[in-house]
Design a protein around this ligand. Sequence first.
Ligand SMILES: Cc1ncc(COP(=O)(O)O)c(C=O)c1O
Length: 377
Amino acid sequence: MKVPLFRPKLGKEELVNLKKVFKTGWVGLGPMTQELEKQFAKSAGVDYAVGVTSCTAALHIALQALVVGEGDEVLIPAITVVSTPYAALYNRATPIFVDVEKDTLCMDPKDLEKKITKRAKAIIPVHLGGHSCDLDAILKIAQKHNLYVVEDCANAQGALYKGKPVGGLGDIGCFSFEAKKNMTTGDGGMLTTNDEKLAAKLKALRWYGSSADTWKRFTGNTKYSWHYDVAELGWKYNMNDIMAAIGLAQFKKLPKVLKVKDKLRAKYNQALKGISWLETPKDQPYTKSGWWLYVARIKNGWRDKFMEYMAENGVTTSVHFPPVYQHSYFRKIGITAYCPVAENAAKEIVSLPLFASMNQQEFNYVVKIIKEFSPLT
Ligand SMILES: Cc1ncc(COP(=O)(O)O)c(C=O)c1O
């Protein structure tokens, strides 16, 4: 049997929505995108949502909208993907790496406080794998030092922190609809905020820096208005209606997807209990739902051997993520860091298959294979 790490839940609902887009012929940024933005904002408990091409793009323009630039420092957890520090680098700011908490692998508020200097301008906490960060502690530090908070929610659609959806608790939230996420548009992303001015700025930045995208100029006008002004350097980062058509169908499925993943996680916890060389995730009580990953720890230095063994038996596993500053690019540009908790955890963590269409047979097979692992033979 072969079990992938992720499998998107795509079907006729997405095709029905795509058909509607084809019928109207409006495939660019338009009514479907607006509808997804409206629904997404409501579920994230925010006033505004802005659809973009990826979470990488979202993080980039989030910092630009907050006027983070040259000479500024942005505090980023050691365990994330390059998109998070890239957001700082794209804006000519410097990423400063903060160690993570041992159990959650999210930004450690104690190390955060230690790393703040006079140049600090923003913090990007990452809700890793869907586990929400210790946001109260992080927001308190941000307030004390007058720093912006951009939540990286790429892994965390539907995650709750103390009962509130993530993405609306800082200044801006950034989500990913990349192929492997709990909801996908192939590639895609969403920004969330409660600030009207920031929302307007983000909308301009995703569309060349212009305040009037084609749909805005087209709607309500019998005569297509050609006139618009570009007031600042922007990008072509807008979501389009093909993506949004898929996104709307995916969004409808999201509550069910999250429910199934919650259950699968609980089943893994139960089934893997008592294995001496494996630790199940230690979740904090303040986080709920919205899981993207199931991250176990393989002790005794056996992690790599375990992953090889799983692959030999048809089960895909992965590591989310090694400390991001260990990529050679950061050394090349003179950025180094040492975050011991992240570096030690990175030797043990392994993500197991977790997706909503995982059936009982697949689940049982993964657990059976894990239990048969004997590294000393
Ligand atoms: C924590 C984190 N931030 C940002 C991203 C970037 O998301 P995207 O692929 O939508 O650009 C990812 C992608 O997996 C991620 O895991």
